[in-house]
Design a protein around this ligand. Sequence first.
Ligand SMILES: Nc1ncnc2c1ncn2[C@@H]1O[C@H](COP(=O)(O)OP(=O)(O)OP(=O)(O)O)[C@@H](O)[C@H]1O
Ligand SMILES: [Mg+2]
Length: 252
Amino acid sequence: MIEVKNVTLEYGTSEGKVLAVDNASFSAKESEFLCLVGPSGCGKTTLLNMIAGFFPPTQGEIRVHGQAVNGQGLDRGIVFQDFAQLFPWRTALGNVAFGLEMKGVAKSERERIALEQLRLVKLEKFAGSFPHHLSGGMQQRVAIARALAYNPGVLLMDEPFAALDALTRDEMQRLLAEVWRATRKTVIYVTHNVAEAVYLADRVIVMTPHPGRIRAEVPVRLPRPRDPLSVEFLEHQKMLLRHLTQKEEGPS
Ligand SMILES: Nc1ncnc2c1ncn2[C@@H]1O[C@H](COP(=O)(O)OP(=O)(O)OP(=O)(O)O)[C@@H](O)[C@H]1O
Ligand SMILES: [Mg+2]
């Protein structure tokens, strides 16, 4: 479904080249919820942006549905961390309908679909509201609905709840788990929050500190909805933390 093969990315800067991702390989199956965790600066956003098609890898290859990624596409919906990702001059409904408009879907049909997506994230009552009248959590829900509206097979999410308070974040995670169960999208979800990864993921890809390599893949085979206070949950959290804090072997 998604294949990342020996992907390396070097940024060119005025001080020379910066290696951001170092020979990363992993894949995601259809309908799988994959979390990408790693410390700040390890290259998570860089990897996700390459899967989104914002720029190509320096080396290696990324395939989605067997097709080499070559630029952005409507087969991949994207949700960013930043609340400012919505169009401030469009209502919630207008934001969600945007991708459908790009696709040339007729007005009544795109409004029907947009409303359906807003219902999925429990915001149908706010269809006519503008982003600045919505809380951060609500804005992120609109962003999720917008990414889902044109029915992409893949949802790419870059720390979408990181800027929210802890209670709202928990609520958003529960909602996202429900949305995923209802839609069965293939999700690649970037976070540095280990508990969030254990709550959401089928499998967690752990990256090393900068420059990012893949260090481990940890399956999470806990029944859903998951109980963050269960012994098994905490054991998974501990295991991920161990991988994250593990020292590199050999000279660096
Ligand atoms: N446009 C750029 N030009 C040069 N270097 C960059 C650029 N973007 C990112 N980097 C560097 O590449 C590395 C990886 O950055 P990236 O943003 O992918 O990390 P991240 O894992 O998403 O971090 P965070 O958890 O803080 O969001 C970092 O060392 C960063 O400083
Ligand atoms: Mg990032």
